[in-house]
Write a protein that binds this ligand. Sequence first.
Ligand SMILES: C[S@@+](CC[C@H](N)C(=O)[O-])C[C@H]1O[C@@H](n2cnc3c(N)ncnc32)[C@H](O)[C@@H]1O
Length: 126
Amino acid sequence: MASDTRRNPEAAVGSQSRERWLALGQMQFDYLIEHGLRPGHRMLDIGCGNLRGGWRFIDYLDPGNYYGIDISPGILIAAKKTLVERGLQDRLPHLTITGDLTLDFLPGDHLTSCTRTASSPARRWR
Ligand SMILES: C[S@@+](CC[C@H](N)C(=O)[O-])C[C@H]1O[C@@H](n2cnc3c(N)ncnc32)[C@H](O)[C@@H]1O
């Protein structure tokens, strides 16, 4: 994955060309806007890749409201390059490596639609 990502980050997330990468990102963005995403919402993008959709959400959401997590260090480096290419540093996205999906790096009251279970430190979606 790391060498694939270095060679071609668009292909590493499944797009064979820059045009397809842009088109799929636009589809993701349009879908969530049509389904009620608003700038004041906070978004957790699990498996954010190199921000194919993410850069548009970072631009749209209020600063600090986008959280992207991914298991691949290489793809997160590519994500930061996308951020710089798009000039979105001032939007203050959170890009974090994850080894699993326990979300234990977030404060307990951070997500309104999540809950921490008694049997596990992991939070489950309601
Ligand atoms: C097909 S790509 C899609 C990336 C992005 N959502 C997009 O649409 O461009 C899937 C991403 O999920 C990440 N991924 C795979 N398994 C994961 C896991 N267990 N936790 C977090 N990320 C994971 C991969 O590293 C990859 O960047």
